[in-house]
Design a protein around this ligand. Structure first.
Ligand SMILES: Nc1ncnc2c1ncn2[C@@H]1O[C@H](COP(=O)(O)OP(=O)(O)OP(=O)(O)O)[C@@H](O)[C@H]1O
Length: 534
């Protein structure tokens, strides 16, 4: 590719950049060249240093040593605002839009241009949308937008701030295949306009689909830097982690009685399709996959099953260490009648819960040990700990962290110091690593942000828990994730369950049709359920 003089002014280079956090060496003499008009994929296993490199490029963290340049001129941003002024902006792993505010209002909050009024901010964003060929509602509260629209909205805000180099930290981690396709189309349009994109991803197939250049990091070192063209996912995986162990063959399991049941559940939330009489039974010893395009009701169903959203009508039952029944908006166990909250009543009865957004479950300001113990502490179990030998908690916490390969496996560290993938492993260690098998597991995208090896370990753990008698329900935007573990796949569309397929019958074609609300054969579309009441 030939670079015009104007574009040459935008080549971002980092030379021998290192970054340490105390004793942790996150980056060691890494060099990268980011070209205008190209997608540069940045891959590596969890904790390899990808986000750190992104933060250094975006002025969020200063490097410990090394130099950077922009268009040949020195580039050493003092902070993020300076990086933005020079045209380099980052969309973080966890989106930073304020949910109650619209995109226009969010832009007014973060925009670096002084004295921009609402009308000119709106027209600037509208023009940016147009240029990037994106359609997103500029005036609705961003919390009411789908995840992919929020993602695009955040990109549009960054572009409106004048970014010529955009760094996207795992933008596809919680998007479904259709949304990923849409996002990539937009990224390609941006590249045609000369924007440079650094794309951090764990989905190696995406590198083949969209990337021009590739940098692979491993343990803070750069192990590959070059063209992405023609590289197959398996080759990239080998560069990242060496050979992957074969998936263990699935152990034979027997399906037991129903452990988790939803009957005629009707529920409503502002973020998802209204549940319209959902029946679902998950048996002890089975893994059920839950699929659906975003907004089909799967988020709300899991929130109802986890006790966070009370159903308007219908019943949820967990046959755990005791039976918990939720009807309408109340849990009817003795504990709940004494005032116990529904979600914690379910937990106390043996429900494990991995939410879609790990920020709902991991407390960054607490240590890893405190994060592991947070629910038992909340139930007043600290007193038990006092009677144990001193330090035994730390030993068991360290063992649990090591078993889930949390790096570093040091119980006293704050969770904030872990990379995103390692926080996800910490969550899995808490929810799936207790000595006692949970009665039921609800997991939404349990391998989000995990590298191949870590994702494989979590999948095996879910299957092992089912073999040990748990009823496991796994929802994901990533069909491959669901398919890798499930014995059957239930598909939601428009707030209803529209298909329930044994894994052997869950072909891409059949799942795709069900997810689009089409019947199994070629007959016309079914009538959609009524619109939720305003
Ligand atoms: N604020 C921090 N304090 C201490 N250590 C940190 C901090 N941020 C990152 N680290 C450490 O630096 C290393 C690299 O982390 P980084 O977040 O860059 O990894 P990553 O490749 O983005 O991982 P992931 O795929 O899990 O997001 C890790 O060992 C991490 O624990």
């Amino acid at each position: 590719m030939t670079i015009s003089p104007q574009e040459a002014g935008r080549v971002v280079e980092a030379r021998s950049v290192s970054k340490s956090y105390g004793p942790v060496r996150a980056l060691h003499e890494v060099s990268i060249t980011v070209r205008p008009g190209a997608v540069h994929a940045l891959v590596g296993e969890n904790g390899a240093g990808k986000s750190t490199l992104a933060k250094v490029l975006a002025g969020i963290e200063p490097p410990s040593s090394g130099t950077m340049s922009l268009g040949g001129a020195p580039y050493a941003p003092r902070d993020r605002a300076e990086a933005k002024r020079r045209g380099i902006n980052m969309v973080p792993q966890q989106l930073s839009l304020v949910g109650e505010l619209s995109l226009v209002e969010n832009y007014l909050v973060v925009g670096s241009r002084p004295f921009v009024n609402r009308r000119s901010a709106r027209s600037l964003l509208a023009a940016t949308l147009d240029r990037a060929r994106v359609e997103v509602d500029l005036d609705a509260p961003t919390a009411s937008l789908t995840h992919s629209h929020r993602q695009l909205g955040e990109i549009v805000v960054a572009l409106a701030e004048g970014a010529h180099t955009l760094i996207l930290d795992e933008p596809t981690a919680s998007l479904g295949p259709l949304e990923v396709g849409g996002l990539f189309e937009h990224l390609r349009s941006l590249c045609e306009l000369g924007t440079a994109i650094v794309l951090i991803t764990h989905r190696l197939d995406e590198v083949r689909q969209v990337a021009d250049d590739l940098t692979v990091l491993s343990h803070g070192l750069e192990v590959h830097h070059g063209s992405a063209t023609g590289l197959q996912p398996a080759e990239i995986a080998r560069l990242m982690v060496g050979e992957l162990p074969e998936l263990a063959p699935r152990a034979a399991r027997t399906r037991g009685a129903v452990t988790l049941r939803a009957e005629a559940v009707v529920a409503q939330s502002t973020r998802d399709a209204r549940l319209d009489g959902v029946d679902l039974a998950v048996h002890a010893g089975e893994v059920v996959g839950l699929a659906g395009v975003a907004g089909s009701g799967q988020n709300l169903l899991l929130d109802v099953l986890a006790g966070f959203v009370p159903p308007r009508s219908g019943t949820v039952t967990l046959e755990g260490s005791r039976t918990v029944t939720i009807t309408g908006s109340r849990a009817s166990t003795a504990a709940a009648e004494r005032g116990g909250a529904t979600a914690s009543t379910l937990r106390a009865a043996g429900l494990a819960w991995i939410p879609e957004d790990r920020r709902d479950a991991v407390v960054p300001t607490m240590s890893l040990r405190e994060n592991l113990a947070v629910y038992s502490s909340a139930r007043g179990r600290r007193a038990d700990a006092r009677s144990r030998p001193q330090g035994s908690d730390d030993v068991s916490a360290a063992g649990r962290l090591a078993a889930f390969d949390v790096r570093p496996a040091r119980p006293e560290l704050l969770a904030a110091g872990l990379s995103g993938g390692n926080q996800q492993k910490l969550l899995a260690a808490r929810e799936l690593g207790a000595a006692q098998t949970p009665s039921a597991v609800l997991a939404y995208g349990p391998t989000q942000g995990l590298d191949l090896r870590a994702a494989q370990a979590i999948r095996e753990r879910l299957v092992d828990l089912a073999a040990a008698g748990a009823a496991v329900l796994v929802a994901s935007h990533d069909l491959e994730e669901v398919r890798a573990v499930a014995d059957r796949i239930v598909v939601m569309f428009g707030g209803r369950i529209v298909a329930d397929l044994p894994i052997a019958e869950a072909t891409t074609e059949r799942l795709g049709r069900a997810m689009a609300g089409l019947p199994a054969d070629d007959t016309p579309r079914p009538t959609l359920p009524e619109e939720p009441a305003p």
